[in-house]
Design a protein around this ligand. Structure first.
Ligand code: ZN
Length: 337
């Protein structure tokens, strides 16, 4: 059995989950006094240094305030709605709520996932492996999965478990020819953090789909990417968002504000942030509707609720009936309570 999930990077891998004794009994390390993000004991010192510099940059960046008169919808209105405030520290707080653990590239899930009632299964890895593992947990219930980090064993109680696996790209010097710096990397974390949100809850039918090797239909839980449309530079790859406030939008908003408003960033840093803002927004299919104010407000919540089949049918009916009325802020189309 093989589950396919699409995450930040379309890396799909299967592994047989078995009980394996794990080595390395050090406690996870702290990244910075100001955040609760923990680093895996297996992380190399160089990677820890890079991550620390990325977080430090977020703590240090200062943005111009609204009185500078240069605000636009992305750099202020959207930024405030998404991050709950206008400073770089607000984006860091957003990260901290959604990322709890950072683990290195190359860790073996075989060694890290323990099934309480052992049996064979498959897992998939994405950059936000916490989200993928929580999906896996939903297919295992009532059995419980535990994720090992140093001495600790964490239950996968929600998508906000927030386990981010660094890909090899995080440590490279450049991405598509553009140099990587702490701003770019912190934006990558902001993007991955959004995948920790299961907005509106998980559909019961999607748990069944996951069990039978299908992708969830509801892309709001985990903010899953979809295939980029024909004509897009990433056509045919699961590297676009069909939803307005997904991971690409959130990272684009972060980069956009840094590019336009950072007072203590270099011109070069701001230019690089701007390139990344445009690049992230180019993957948001409803970007025009967002700019025209035709989409609902961002819902930054996360839920562990399982929505029964009837509720999903109701939601679909509700959405199609209300599609015509949807104007900015008028109707929240995400989820019904
Ligand atoms: Zn992603």
């Amino acid at each position: 059995m093989k589950n396919r999930l699409s995450g930040g990077v379309a890396c799909v891998m299967t592994a047989i989950v078995t009980v394996i004794a794990f080595s390395g009994c050090k406690d996870p390390g702290s990244l910075n006094k100001k955040v609760s993000i923990k680093i895996d004991p297996a992380m190399k010192a160089r990677t820890v240094r890079i991550l620390k510099s990325d977080i430090k940059k977020m703590l240090k960046m200062k943005f111009k305030d609204a009185s500078s008169g240069e605000d636009d919808v992305i750099t202020l209105n959207w930024y405030k709605k998404v991050f709950g405030g206008d400073s770089a520290v607000h984006a860091l707080k957003f990260l901290d709520e959604r990322i709890n653990y950072v683990v290195p590239d190359g860790i073996s899930l075989n060694d890290r996932v323990r099934v309480i009632q052992p049996s064979l299964a498959a897992v998939t890895m994405a950059s936000n492996i916490g989200m993928a593992l929580w999906f896996l947990q939903k297919t295992y219930e009532p059995k419980r999965l535990l994720f090992k980090l140093g001495k600790a064993e964490m239950p996968l109680e929600s998508s906000r478990i927030g386990i981010i696996k660094l890909g090899e790209g995080y440590l490279l010097g450049r991405i598509n020819g553009i140099p990587l710096n702490p701003i770019v990397r912190s934006g990558i974390l902001v993007h991955e953090a959004r995948h920790s949100d299961c907005t509106g809850g998980i559909w019961k039918s999607d748990i069944e789909r996951l069990k039978s090797n299908q992708l969830p239909e509801n892309k709001m839980c985990g903010h899953l990417h979809v295939m980029c449309p024909e004509g897009h530079t990433m056509a045919g790859l699961p590297a676009c968002d069909a939803q307005p406030w997904g991971a690409y939008s959130i990272a684009g908003i972060y980069y956009g504000r840094v590019a336009k408003k950072c007072m203590n960033c270099s011109e070069r840093e701001k230019q690089i942030a701007q390139i990344h803002a445009l690049e992230q927004f180019s993957r948001v299919m409803p970007i025009k509707e967002m700019l025209d104010g035709k989409t609902a407000q961002p819902d930054m919540s996360s839920s562990t609720r399982v929505m029964a089949a009837d509720a999903v049918v109701e939601l679909k009916k509700f959405r199609s009936a209300r599609k015509a009325d949807v104007k900015a802020g008028e109707i929240e189309i995400i989820g019904i309570e």
